[in-house]
Design a protein around this ligand. Sequence first.
Ligand code: OGA
Ligand code: NI
Length: 414
Amino acid sequence: MGVKDQMENIGIEEEKASDWGKSLPVPSVQELVRNDPHSVPEKYIQHHQDRPVVPDMASSSFDIPIIDFALLAKGDEHETRKLDLACKDWGFFQIINHGVAEEVLLKMKAAIAAFFGLPLEEKNKYAQAGNDFQGYGQQYVVSEEQKLDWCDMMFLITLPHEIRNLKYWPDTIPGFKDAVESYSKEALKVANEICSNISLLMGMDKDGLKRFYGKTKQAMRMNYYPPCSRPDLVLGINPHSDPDIITLLLQDDEVPGLQIRHKDKWILVKPIRNAIVVNVGDVLEILSNGVYKSVEHRAITNERKARISVATIKIPYDELEIGPMECTVDDDRPRTYRNIKYLDYVRKDWWEDTLSLKAGPWLAFYLWGAQMDFKTSSLGIFGIETKRRSGNKAADSLAKKGINGSNDLVFFMD
Ligand code: OGA
Ligand code: NI
């Protein structure tokens, strides 16, 4: 049986050749809670081993690095070293003094709150349509088996202007477009500055990364996590790593929820007022030949308050071939990833990683079969040489995206 048949067998369509893939429609969690604040349907109840400990204060005894962006932009050596360590050891850091006006941040958050505050029929006017992954709904719902996120989201491509699809932009909310406009511009500046610094750290001039990836796109994933009567049973967003270059996450100042996996523990990222959380994405991990880590993260919920966040992602164009950059490969550090076209990477991430992570081992096994089939097919793009077997879930996650040797299946089956 070919991979296409197998995908169809498990309810996945192969049609959307030019896209990231679409998500199966799922009910709005916000509506679910509105209709019955105490109900937690089975589909959201995590398997025992995946349930969060709430509140997870035990593991928040240490904090992710905090970087002063103003110092970084001035080339301060200490801050630059901190950035290097943060990307290597944590994959995550928070930036303060980033120069984005408080007003811009507040307006962005208010715009998201206003959108999710609309009646369902209004929001549904912007629902993901057809094969599109943009719009209101949920991302990466691809199987009946997977555990769903306790979250509704809105996904928009925001930059460059010419590729925006304005039909998904709520035009009845005064200020929505302006808020996204201002924040997206600022977020781009910040992301570019961080990438310049990372280029220098990788041993290139400050434009090294930019020369490699060329033009990039920016997209925003706006998340709305309703309160949950049983936060100990559900996850706001299931564990994943981001398939991008870097992510800037603007999170609620008052309501924590983001957790990152660090040394096999889930660490709560405590919000700092007006700070922006930054994380290394899968693409940067690959370009840096694994020096910088795209770390697994998730969100937890709480009983009292809805939480809002927005992940602004910097992504390459579909056709870009990604692989370790020359400057990251030498005798001591051989190439640990094979080259792959970005779109193939994402689509593989989409159908394999998502399913195998979320749908349980039987499906992982099933997909492994599919992957092997896929691998030996004419495409031959997967099976990038063995990455690390470190026990780091992000590495496993990349493994499932075909970055690793197939023998790592053993790893997630055990
Ligand atoms: C994301 C994400 C975490 C959060 O949107 O990719 O990881 O805290 N969000 O909302
Ligand atoms: Ni994420």
